[in-house]
Design a binder for this molecule. Sequence first.
Ligand code: HEC
Length: 109
Amino acid sequence: MRLARTPLLVALSAVPLGALAACSSDAPQRPSDPVLAQGYDVYQARCAACHGNEGEGGAGLNLQKVEERLTQEQHVEVVTNGRSSMPAYESVLSPEEIQAVVRYERESL
Ligand code: HEC
């Protein structure tokens, strides 16, 4: 019985590895910095559908180099209160999550 379990464990452990490999081709890697990692999580969950996995745009604007167009303050303001068809996130995200996603967009996209 003991010996028979080993191949099953090996087979199971291969599944998450395969799933990870599949994910990494769709989305950029999760940063190791804890605040950027939080920003990445918020971005992938709430923003990527409109702004693209890598900020390339879609229904929402391209956000690559957004740090050259908006000051930090303007950036937080757009995400907090929305603008035109960009939704407001004041009642959806905590101020900490907004800061994290703004930092992720400015530094990592
Ligand atoms: C339903 C689609 C949608 C979602 C979801 C969305 N956005 Fe947007 N976003 C837009 C659109 C559309 C605009 C352009 C608004 C305008 O024309 O003024 C925009 C604009 C922006 C801008 C301003 C860019 C610039 O160059 O002025 C920022 C920053 C931004 N979004 C961040 C975010 C963040 C952060 C999230 C997730 C928390 C998010 N967006 C989620 C659609 C979306």
